[in-house]
Design a protein around this ligand. Structure first.
Ligand SMILES: Nc1nc2c(ncn2[C@@H]2O[C@H](COP(=O)(O)OP(=O)(O)OP(=O)(O)O)[C@@H](O)[C@H]2O)c(=O)[nH]1
Ligand SMILES: O=C([O-])CC(=O)C(=O)O
Ligand SMILES: [Mn+2]
Length: 624
């Protein structure tokens, strides 16, 4: 039977008409196959109407996946206690038999498709399936990629309405041959708290060949929200094939002197400061997690893949994050996840006000001192508790840049991670290759609560993207280097480190110091500040930072603080080059330049050590 005929049998009339209006035989076949396989009790097709969106929101409450809070339009959602972060162990990129991708968890495609299909057979019995259409990137733009999501979680569908641009009308308009991404998710069987029960059968399988991602027996957004990190694996592959960049980056506007607007991207691993940088209240946010960058007439132009924020809530307080704080306390539509709730109010760790001793949280009924099965004390909210909200509600959002179909010109690209002892707070690369290789491809960071498993372990994490890598790392880096060669004007590349510590483990910087580094980088993009040349790139001059600290934060910045923070730590830097080189030597097919550029950096460091010793004051280079 023809797919449309099968769909007519599977759907009630109203829903069928919505699908029939899209003239795309591939879509029809996909839907017919999967609806028959998943066996939902009923199917709801979301168009772009307000009414359909309201229906989904209402269903999240009706099925108990979300609960209302006191403030209008606020809801709370909980994930299973053991389903609070991305599950790397059960996530895999599917590859043909015998093929492996270095540093990526891969599985045999044929076997795994069979496995996941078995896990999903009839999984939606008794449930409602939501069919949703969205686009990645601004609508009707050079960036737009259409996607369809099937899910039995109204919470997942609701989150996507807050985070992505609606795409039903685009599917109608784009016609028969449109290539689109596919996401199939089931939360599986739910427990009495409406959280996924069969975590032992949790799987996230990425079929890059089929442009499809399967996710089952999990609810946590990073494992389930198709257009977020699931789509990301597919778009990284597409970008490498087509010669552009799909990145784990924020996109923001830094406001320079005389009203100058300069756009920056920043790639830091999960929970390492993208949102908190892009949200600095006197600058302007365009995006906080995913950016597409295309070469357009020799210029790198970037756009936010999303239109909302799935942000970490821990530590959000009125002093450090006044804008997020204000938004979280206004009656706009927000989903809080895995926070403490008492009397209809949400609370989280580090919010800077007193938190109740009891309530409901990610562990169920909670009281202070409650321990989990492993004997660990349960904090009021989970470290990876998050909020989901659309960017339009942020007074500092640059909405024009957000919706610009041509994106914005990227002036600077920043790389950074959690590094306690090696990199200075900010530095600029000598050129594109130097930045891509010694900053992006050499990035290491300590693990965080954004993924299941141990925290605080230093790991290789090139371009902050390793968890999502779906292509050979060598090809990925080659594409980056070639991307630079397509440009008439390459963005400047910078590296930051917000997480430097002293011998006693104290932070060397305050959370807002990053605002100063941004202003310095903005000046550097336009050649408006001098810098000191060191073996690892250009660093700021003390006088410039002192002035900027005063202007931006009204703070005194001492010579001692500067000297400590910007000391060039030769032994640590050399050890890092060793580690990185060893990693790439083991891979086949890595661009040769990578080894050359690392070797040159090593030589510069050895020469400097010869002259100045192991730990070199920035003032030493200033004189030379
Ligand atoms: N010590 C220190 N901590 C920081 C700084 N900036 C951010 N953090 C901490 O980093 C964590 C959150 O980082 P976010 O900005 O939300 O992370 P993100 O990079 O957007 O992460 P994902 O959404 O997981 O991709 C919080 O625990 C912050 O307190 C900083 O300058 N210093
Ligand atoms: O995808 C998620 O779960 C949230 C996120 O931004 C990340 O982990 O990088
Ligand atoms: Mn992220």
């Amino acid at each position: 039977m023809e797919p449309l005929e099968r769909l007519e049998k599977l759907l009630d009339k109203e829903q069928f008409e919505k699908i029939k209006a899209i003239d795309n035989p591939q879509l029809h076949a996909f839907l017919a196959d999967w609806i028959e396989w998943l066996e939902p009790d009923r199917v709801f097709v979301c168009t772009d109407s307000e009414e359909d969106e309201r229906y989904v929101k209402w269903k999240a409450l009706y099925y108990g996946e979300e609960k209302m809070l006191e403030t209008p339009n606020h809801t709370v959602h909980y994930d299973n206690y053991y389903d609070q972060a991305r599950d790397k162990a059960n996530t895999a990129v599917l590859v043909p038999k015998g093929k492996k991708l270095p540093y990526v968890d891969t599985k045999d495609r044929e076997e795994s498709l069979k496995e996941i299909r078995e896990l999903m057979k009839g999984v939606m019995k008794g449930k409602e399936l939501f069919v949703c259409f969205f686009v990645l990137g601004p609508k009707n733009s050079i960036f737009t990629i259409p996607a369809v999501q099937l899910t039995d979680s109204a919470y997942v569908a609701h989150s996507e309405f807050l985070l992505y641009r609606k795409g039903y009308e685009d599917f109608k308009r784009l016609g028969r041959n449109t290539r689109f991404l596919r996401f199939i998710h089931s939360a599986g069987e739910l427990d009495e708290r409406k959280t996924s029960k069969n975590l032992d059968k949790r799987r996230v399988y990425i079929d890059v060949e089929g442009d499809t991602v399967y996710s089952v027996n999990t609810q946590y957004g990073g494992n389930t929200i198709g257009l977020k990190k699931l789509a990301f694996r597919l778009t990284i592959k597409r970008a490498v094939e087509e010669g552009w960049l799909s990145e784990h980056m924020f996109l923001m506007r830094v406001n320079g002197p005389h009203g100058r607007k300069t756009y920056f991207t920043g790639a830091y691993p999960s929970m390492c400061g993208k949102t908190s940088t892009a949200m600095i209240s006197w600058e302007n946010i365009v995006g906080d997690d995913l950016t597409f960058i295309l070469p357009v007439n020799g210029i790198a132009r970037g756009a936010n893949v999303e239109k909302g924020v799935f942000g970490i809530i821990e530590g959000i307080n009125p002093e450090d994050d006044p804008i997020i704080w204000q938004v979280l306390h206004s009656p706009v539509e927000i989903i809080f996840s895995n926070v403490l709730v008492k009397d209809g109010k949400p609370y989280w760790n580090g919010m800077g006000i007193e938190i109740p001793d009891e309530g409901e949280n990610h562990s169920g009924k909670w009281w202070k001192g409650k321990k989990d099965k492993e004997g660990k004390e349960i904090p009021p909210s989970h470290k990876n508790a998050r909020f989901t909200v659309s960017l339009e509600h942020f007074p500092n959002a640059d909405l024009e840049a957000l919706e610009n179909p041509c994106g914005v010109e990227i002036g600077g690209m920043i790389f950074g991670g959690r590094d306690k002892d090696t990199w200075p707070p900010v530095r600029e690369a000598f050129n594109w290759e130097h930045g891509v290789i010694t900053m992006g491809a050499s990035l290491e960071s300590e693990t965080t609560a954004a993924t299941l498993g141990k925290e605080g372990i230093r790991e290789f994490n090139p371009m902050a993207i390793l968890d999502f890598m779906s292509v050979h790392l060598g090809d990925y880096i080659r594409n980056y280097l070639e991307f630079g060669r397509k440009l008439k004007k390459t963005p400047k590349i910078f590296a930051v480190n917000y997480f430097l510590r002293d011998e006693k483990g104290n932070w060397l910087n305050h959370k807002l110091d990053k605002a100063v580094w941004l202003k310095w980088m903005e000046l550097r993009v336009h050649g408006d500040a001098d810098a000191i040349e060191t073996p690892i790139g250009y660093i700021p001059k003390y006088e410039d930072l002192r002035r900027l600290f005063k202007e931006v934060l009204n703070k005194e910045y001492t010579r001692e603080a500067y000297e400590k923070q910007f000391t060039i730590r030769v032994p640590e830097l050399l050890a890092k080059i060793e580690r990185i080189e060893e990693i790439y030597r083991k891979l086949e097919d890595v661009p040769k330049e990578l080894f050359q550029v690392l070797e040159e950096e090593r030589k510069r460091l050895l020469e400097a050590r010869e002259k100045y010793g192991d730990y070199i004051s920035p003032f030493a280079f200033e004189g030379s």
